[in-house]
Design a protein around this ligand. Structure first.
Ligand SMILES: [Fe+2]
Length: 401
């Protein structure tokens, strides 16, 4: 037998580029109707007796008050930090970390969508590093100290995937772009996905967040960092999103469609958490940073244009996604299958009445250079199947205006 170092390897281009990939861990998740009624046990199991709740408020839904009641019944005291906002800002994280340090808490609970969960993850990182500036954690694997307290993530939107991922996206308010904090220490200790809470989303938010979930799956499957274990959940998420997003977004009382979108968003997150994303997310991060634009809407705007741009780089992956979406690709070239798949995304957008373009969100010609620079440097651009520099990014941005 030859020594393993002497084995002659025949590497494909893909393997030469990224020969070693990473499979990241996921937290345990309670998923199902009524899962929020068990959060008292979950918090106690994590050792919580006094927890800080992070939320954007969820005003009018009664969700915060209900969960506080459940926690109180289990003997967990809570205090609410409600200063997190959509596209959470660096100063909000620092303020939350200050409250966390001062309050003698033994746990942190996020209740909300991606913005809330991301803010909570960043607060946890800053807290573990004794108040170190959140901006110092931008990039990958910047944590140097273990978490001091557990994090229970109660998710309320069917798109983010943040409740099980190791990403946190925070707005750098000085430079006006969104930083990606990518670190296993961001991953929540435990997640809750209760369709009953997701059902409180209004139609428009259900449409935007559903398009975010679809974007996660499409970008993960086409990512050049894709791990083989991402195909199963990512392709299934695409199947379920095409089957259920229209109904879920248009009829919030359709329990089955609402529940399937919860599973789909989580499956898409299992996929992207290890496979990475692409430039749709880079562009959405740049838009969110400069104009405070909704994340899901930005993804919905850019997905079709970027998919057309990326198709020639990985037609086989697009053909896989076409089959997952229900297209019969027998006798069809991969490029043709990919084109039909992208047409299906456009039809879904049309049915959801998403006609907005970036110009409608405030994008102006004079901002194109700055946005393109930030987006090209975004950590998500690393996974994009087609090489993207400043010029290509600017062209794609311009096309989405
Ligand atoms: Fe996203």
């Amino acid at each position: 037998m030859p020594h393993f170092r002497d084995v002659k390897r025949t590497l494909s281009n893909e393997r030469q580029e990224y020969p070693i990939k990473m499979q990241h861990a996921y937290p345990s998740v309670n998923i199902g109707w009524g899962a929020h009624t068990m959060v008292g046990n979950d918090a106690r199991a994590l050792g919580m007796t006094r927890a800080m709740i992070v939320t954007t408020g969820l005003k009018g839904t009664g969700i915060i008050e209900t969960i506080q009641g459940v926690l109180k019944h289990a003997g967990v005291e809570t205090e609410v930090f409600a200063k997190s906002t959509p596209n959470p800002k660096d100063f909000e994280v620092m303020e939350g970390a200050k409250m966390l340090s001062a309050g003698k808490f033994d746990g942190i609970i996020s209740i909300g969508g991606g913005s809330t969960t991301d803010c909570c993850k960043a607060i946890k990182l800053v807290h573990a590093h004794d108040g170190q500036d959140v901006r110092s954690f931008e990039g990958a694997f910047k944590a140097t100290k273990p978490n001091k307290i557990p994090h229970l993530a109660i998710n309320t939107t069917s798109g983010t995937g943040s409740e099980i991922s190791c990403f946190s996206i925070i707005n750098h308010t000085e430079k006006k772009y969104k930083m990606a904090l990518f670190d296993p220490n961001c991953t929540p200790s435990k997640a809750i996905n209760d369709p009953l809470l997701h059902q409180c989303m209004p139609q428009e938010l259900a449409a935007y967040t559903g398009m975010d979930a679809l974007t996660h799956a499409v970008e993960a499957i086409s990512s050049r960092l894709c791990v083989q274990s991402a195909y199963g959940p990512g392709l299934w998420a695409i199947t379920e999103t095409f089957k259920n997003l229209r109904e879920s977004a248009c009829n919030r009382n359709n329990d089955k469609a609402v529940e399937q979108m919860v599973w789909a968003e989580m499956a898409a997150a299992y996929s992207f958490n290890s496979a990475g994303l692409g430039i749709v997310h880079s562009m959405a991060h740049a838009m969110g940073g400069l104009y405070d634009s909704p994340h899901g809407l930005c993804n919905a705007i850019a997905l079709v244009d970027v998919a057309r741009f990326n198709l020639p780089a990985c037609p086989d992956r697009f053909a896989m996604m076409a089959r997952a979406a229900g297209i019969n690709t027998d006798g069809m070239s991969d490029i043709k299958a990919g084109e039909l798949f992208i047409d299906m995304i456009q039809e879904l957008k049309d049915d959801l009445e998403i006609t907005t373009r970036f110009a409608d969100l405030g994008l102006r010609d004079e901002d194109l250079d700055g946005l393109s620079k930030f987006a090209a440097a975004d950590i998500c651009s690393e996974g994009n199947p087609k090489d993207v520099g400043f010029e290509e990014m600017r062209r794609v941005f311009k096309g989405c205006m």
